[in-house]
Design a protein around this ligand. Sequence first.
Ligand code: SF4
Length: 371
Amino acid sequence: MVNFFELPLKELEDIIGGIGKERYRARQLFRWIYKKGVYDFTVMDDIPKSLRNLFRDMFNIETLQLGGSFYSKDGSVKLSFETEDNHLIESVMIPEKNRLTLCVSSQVGCRMACAFCVTGKMGFIRNLTTKEIIGQVIAARDFLKNRGLSPEADKKINGHDTGKDGNQTQRITNIVFMGMGEPMDNLENVIKAIDILKDQNGLDFSKRRITISTVGLLAGLKTLKPGTAGIAISLNAPDDKKRVKIMPINRLYPVRDIIEFVKNYKTSPRERITFEYVMLKDFNDSIEDAKALYELLRGVKCKINLIPFNESPFSEFKTPERDTVNEFHKYLIERFMTVIIRDSRGADVHGACGQLGMSYLMTKNKEKAGK
Ligand code: SF4
């Protein structure tokens, strides 16, 4: 039996065409399952009954099982899932005015070992399958339909208190591959998942609403077709000397190679690659660092997101002072860089940037202590 959520439309059409049935039945299945959220073949009344029975026997439509949900007081919601082989993965829904972003994971653990990141401390366990990536989106959508965001989040989205108690339905508007794992290290499954996310018969996200966040694995990035999705590169330091201390991948892809890639990357006039810069107290948050960053990115078509670090018991780094962040920001703004401060959300439920996987590490530590 094939899992339905592993298949971009073209592959589903090939399978259905391959058994001598009309290829357009694949589009019908996509619409029922992705657009309408109907998982019961018997209800799909524009498909003949005999074919529905055949599809039921051919396609498994199980996705990830939701293990837990954690409402942050800032309105974001962390969802945790247990995979069939008993690994824990996490996604985070982040409501903002006029948008609801879902941050999805692409791997169990991660091999990039960025020093400030909890997931990096887990090490690499395995890649997520397409089904598991899409499963996070489907589960989050169904969670919203059945349980809703908190009233706090509702206020943030609508700009006022609707008086509802959290049972209202909200729609995911943006997907960011910024959860556990390095998406460009799981290229095949991530690309397939993006295909499904963008399909107009399916989840119908525009490319502008999907972002791949990467440490800058250029081998993968160079294979992306133009317009696949937005790209955010986790830079975090203005030079190799500092970057290599927190991002071992810098040995393979140094700063100059990343900048060269960005300069040559073909984008539409309005599109820009984003550089993420996690601000770590007394490491990369000084005005000298801001100056170096400015010199590095001067003339490069890009945006910069400054992300004040979220502390965790698994990292020695500290959150910078707010004034320091503001001064860093001001320095760049005054030099006409496009830069925003993005405060990470969901820290109280360990759902903020760089914190995913904390539950895994805490359980491991308890197991060790119990031995
Ligand atoms: S920041 Fe991203 S790439 Fe780096 S270790 Fe964490 S999950 Fe992996």
